[in-house]
Design a protein around this ligand. Structure first.
Ligand code: NOJ
Length: 550
């Protein structure tokens, strides 16, 4: 089957189902709610939706702990609701991609229940190791969420590996039967009509033989032995050749700690096994590797991430562009300014939407939702946040510890979508499963629809422009003023058509600087976030997009 690479023309919207919209009044987001909002999603101009996991799950990691890969959770409306949403999306010209989480399952998955009892053929579906005794663990690896990566299972009398939560045992991908299961899952959903997959921590699926101790890394011990492991490309090639190549689908690899050079091993258009990659460098402009190692925001780090991915993938692979998802705090609270919420939200949108690649917008980003700031740590739901709070920086004051959570927690961006100023932000008529951000009376979709100057309308305009101007889809990328810590300037060029994007990351006025060779008198100002841009200054968080027709 020919791969048409349709995704290169697409803009995606990410739905984190629990918090998007509750259609049946039980307090939890569901697919009935999504169905109600399909026209809204389409109205943004997007043509694809990525669903975070919808499968049956105990919910320890909000669905990333799957107990059945071939079904839809009853609380989300089951298969019936999914079918309706899938058809409804397709009717509106939107593709649907699912989350494929096969590095690990839930410990409540039937495979694990059988594996712990050594029932064939499941005995080696997971990574088991005998108890070394004397209180020792099979190796010194850390889990990404909850302390060490090993937990002892009484029933089997052995340790199992879990790179994430205790209830997320890692699958043994070296076992051909496990790979057979993955191919079955891929086929099942593709045959149903889904258009592709976002593949969760897919670079972790192959572990170094012998699972050696890690004496190098002070944190995330073990990661160099399981990220980009020895057989990862072989297994991905197998999935591609045996299943994916037979469908006109798209695959998106989630890849922590990956450089553009390494990315090409996965997504090179000639030799790669997948289509695009979620890289984390653009999420590390205010932290080191992880949101929990917080630093002050550096525009230069952000620009470096943007530009090196643009440059190094050019002509070889296709970028996936994003500023938010369910794993990171809200971008206005991080890289913009809550004080200049709408202005900085627009500027951030322009900073990434006109780059080369396929942009993703995370629910709520388009209305400028900001970080949730609970006063009580008990309100956090996320397994990673709860572990971090209970186990790190214990000597700090409670205020400082809480602040650390706001800055880093994924829950900062997981509060219910703010639809209106009505009770519970119009998210549910029941009791919401999770706290609603108190700012919903001001920040919500209904208010944004009413206001022609809102961020929501800006997103619509920017996405429409992206689609209307071929230079955005095809053009080369060049950055200017790379050393500036206040401005981000980039240009695109294609067959004589040009685009220049100016972004100020400053709370103060800064001088307007136009790179040489761009004659503004011949350009059209196609997008802006101030009504009266002047010829001398960029105002706080100002953005402008100039276009030169062919
Ligand atoms: C990455 C997902 O995006 C995140 O939400 C999840 O907790 C981990 N992988 C583990 O599945």
């Amino acid at each position: 089957m020919e791969h048409t690479r349709w995704y290169k023309d697409a803009v995606f919207y990410q739905i984190w189902p629990r918090s998007f919209r509750d259609g049946d009044g039980d307090g939890l987001g569901d697919l009935w709610g999504v169905y109600e909002k399909l026209d809204y999603i389409r109205s943004l101009g997007v043509d694809g939706v990525w669903f975070s996991p919808l499968y049956p799950s105990p919910g320890v990691d909000c669905g990333y702990d799957i107990s059945d890969y071939m079904d839809i959770a009853p609380e989300y409306g089951g298969m019936e609701a999914f079918r309706k949403v899938l058809d409804g999306a397709h009717e509106r010209g939107m593709r649907v991609i699912m989350d494929l989480v096969v590095n690990h399952t839930s410990d409540e998955h039937e495979w694990f229940r059988k594996s712990r009892r050594r029932i064939e053929p499941y005995t080696d579906y997971y990574i088991w190791r005998p108890d070394p005794g004397k209180g020792k663990l099979p190796n010194n690896w850390d889990s990404n969420f909850e302390g060490k990566a090993w937990t002892f299972d009484q029933e089997r009398g052995e340790y199992y590996l879990h790179l994430f939560a205790v209830k997320q045992p890692d699958l043994n991908m070296d076992n051909p039967l496990v790979r057979q299961e993955v191919k079955k899952i891929l086929k099942f959903w593709l045959d149903m009509g889904v258009d592709g997959f976002r593949e969760d921590v897919i670079t972790y699926i192959s572990k170094r033989e012998g699972l050696p101790n890690d004496h190098l890394f002070p944190v995330y011990k073990g990661i160099r032995f399981y990220n980009h492991g020895p057989h990862v490309h072989e297994y991905l090639r197998e999935f591609k050749a045996e299943v994916l190549d037979h469908y006109d689908c798209m695959t998106l690899a989630e890849a922590p700690l990956v450089s553009p050079k390494r990315a090409l091993d996965y997504i090179s258009e000639e030799t790669g096994q997948m289509d695009m990659m979620i890289q984390f460098q653009c999420m590390c402009a205010d932290c080191l590797f992880s949101d929990y190692f917080h630093m002050s925001f550096s525009l230069r780090r952000l620009k470096h991430a943007f530009s090196s991915w643009q440059r190094k993938l050019e002509g070889k692979a296709w970028n996936m562009l994003y500023l938010e998802n369910h794993d990171h705090p809200r971008v206005i609270s991080r890289y913009g300014s809550e004080r200049y919420r709408v202005k900085s939200g627009k500027m951030l949108a322009a900073a990434y939407l006109f780059q080369k690649g396929t942009p993703f917008v995370y629910q709520g980003q388009e209305i400028g939702m900001t970080n949730w700031r609970p006063q009580d740590p008990e309100l956090y739901e996320d397994v990673q946040t709860r572990w971090q709070y209970a186990n790190t920086h214990l000597k700090d004051t409670p205020e400082k510890r809480l602040r650390r959570m706001w800055l880093a927690s994924r829950d900062s961006a997981r509060t219910p979508m703010q639809w209106s100023g009505e009770e519970n932000a119009g998210f549910t008529t029941g009791k919401p499963w999770f706290s609603v951000n108190e700012n919903y009376r001001e920040i919500n979709v209904a208010a944004a629809e009413e206001d022609p100057d809102s961020l929501l309308h800006f997103y619509r305009r920017a996405i429409a422009l992206r689609k209307a101007l071929p230079v955005v889809r095809h053009g080369s990328y060049r950055e200017y003023h790379a050393l500036s810590s206040r401005r981000y300037t980039y240009a695109r060029e294609w067959e004589g058509e040009r685009l220049l994007v100016l972004c100020s990351f400053s709370e103060k006025d800064i001088p307007l600087r136009i790179p040489g060779g761009f004659d503004l008198t011949k350009a059209e100002l196609v997008l802006q976030n101030y009504a009266d841009p002047d010829g001398k200054t960029l105002k706080p968080y100002e953005t402008r997009v100039y276009h030169w027709a062919k």
